[in-house]
Design a protein around this ligand. Structure first.
Ligand SMILES: [Zn+2]
Ligand SMILES: [Zn+2]
Length: 376
């Protein structure tokens, strides 16, 4: 189909001013607007043609391109779709508040209103989130009515086009120059009248039902992730498309691990002797126990990174690390013998000023200087 010249569509000359173009557009839009032509396909396509011409010719850059290259200038953009939202704004510019939503075009609710989206909150343990899981969920929802196949009309009968709005779902109330668009009171906006409603759904075309769905939770999901099940939301009224179901993941706190992105963190208590002498300890990982070498003279709070023992990202597939923080545990419930050994040990240290405790020494040196400075 060859496209008509934009100037010709609007009935203006090539050197028409923007004002002339707007004037021409307003006149034609009133004539062809879908809210007035109630589903007449030919008039609707006329309106689209007019709108497209207007959008191009009132945009300086686009008009210039059109003047130079004709329709070829916009072909890659996928027809009028490429001009998108801008046109809507321009619409408002001309008609302003007087017409308000009557000519709201895209803002008008579709007559075939899609069913509502649903959200299902799914709690997972850390292990489940990391490994993935097939879960079965029960969702109370609306499903398409079987006996009437979603139409709402008793089998054997068919919904009829509403005679009040002629299927548009909307009616216009006029008050002099002002016009107000309203949802059709006869059909409640559906554009159709069901004279013989289905017994099961009472004409709604859908019934309430608790659906059971199996959902595959991919491995590596985390709190805040959601899985979309397209078309598994509520069925629409009168056979309109169903909404989507979103499974919203939240991961419960774990007694040992804290997750941050793909990394896992855990605190591991070690004895004072192991910290001083070094040694090998066992640490927990999600795959079981692992050995961790503690070098001699490790201080409390030191972190050890175990590469690849974290979580595999659900998006990138990258595997995080497990970070173990060692905490030196002060021994409790000591026997007399143990106390004696410790005292003996302490005596060999010669107090905190020795080379055995560089941190303490540095600290007490600092404290001494602090008091010396005070008394100067
Ligand atoms: Zn109606
Ligand atoms: Zn039914």
């Amino acid at each position: 189909m060859s496209k008509r010249d934009y100037y010709e569509v609007l009935g203006v000359s090539k050197d028409a001013s923007e004002r002339d173009i707007k004037k021409a557009y307003k006149r034609l839009a009133m004539k062809y607007h879908p809210d007035r032509t109630a589903g007449d396909a030919e008039l609707e396509s006329k309106f689209k043609e007019v709108k497209e011409a207007y959008e191009v010719l009132t945009d300086d850059r686009k008009r210039q391109m059109y003047d130079q290259y004709g329709h070829a200038a916009f072909e890659q953009g996928g027809g009028h779709g490429g001009f998108g939202g801008g046109g809507q704004a321009d619409f408002g510019d001309i008609f302003g508040d007087v017409f308000g939503d009557i000519f709201g075009g895209g803002r008008r609710q579709s007559r075939q209103q899609r069913g509502a989206d649903l959200r299902y909150n799914l709690d997972l343990s850390l292990e489940e989130a990391v490994r993935g899981k097939d879960v079965e969920i029960k969702v109370p929802t609306w499903v398409s009515c079987k006996p009437c196949d979603g139409s709402g009309a008793k089998s054997g009968s068919k919904p009829k086009t509403c005679t009040t709005c002629h299927g548009a779902g909307q009616v216009q109330m006029r008050q002099g120059f002002f016009a107000v668009q309203q949802t059709c009171p006869t059909c409640q906006g559906s554009g159709q009248i069901i004279s013989d409603p289905c017994d099961k759904c009472h004409g709604q075309g859908r019934v309430e039902k608790t659906k059971t769905l199996s959902v595959k939770i991919p491995s590596g999901v985390d709190t805040g992730d959601r899985i979309r099940l397209s078309g598994e939301g509520e069925a629409g009224v009168h056979g309109a498309p169903a909404g989507d179901l979103y499974v919203q993941v939240s991961v419960r706190e774990h007694p040992i691990f804290v997750r941050d992105g793909n990394n896992l963190y855990c605190e591991v208590p070690i004895s004072f002797a192991t910290a001083a002498l070094g040694g090998e300890i066992e640490v927990p990982t999600l795959d079981g126990r692992a050995k961790l070498k503690i070098p001699a003279e490790s201080q409390t709070g030191k972190m050890f990174r175990m590469r690849g023992k974290g979580v595999k990202s659900v998006r990138s597939g990258m595997v995080g690390d497990l970070i173990c923080k060692v905490v030196i545990e002060t021994p409790v419930n000591l026997s007399e013998r143990q106390k004696e050994l410790l005292k003996e040990f302490e005596e060999t240290m010669g107090g905190s000023n020795s080379k055995n405790s560089p941190k303490a020494q540095g600290f007490f040196d600092g404290v001494k200087k602090f008091f010396d400075d005070l008394t100067k």
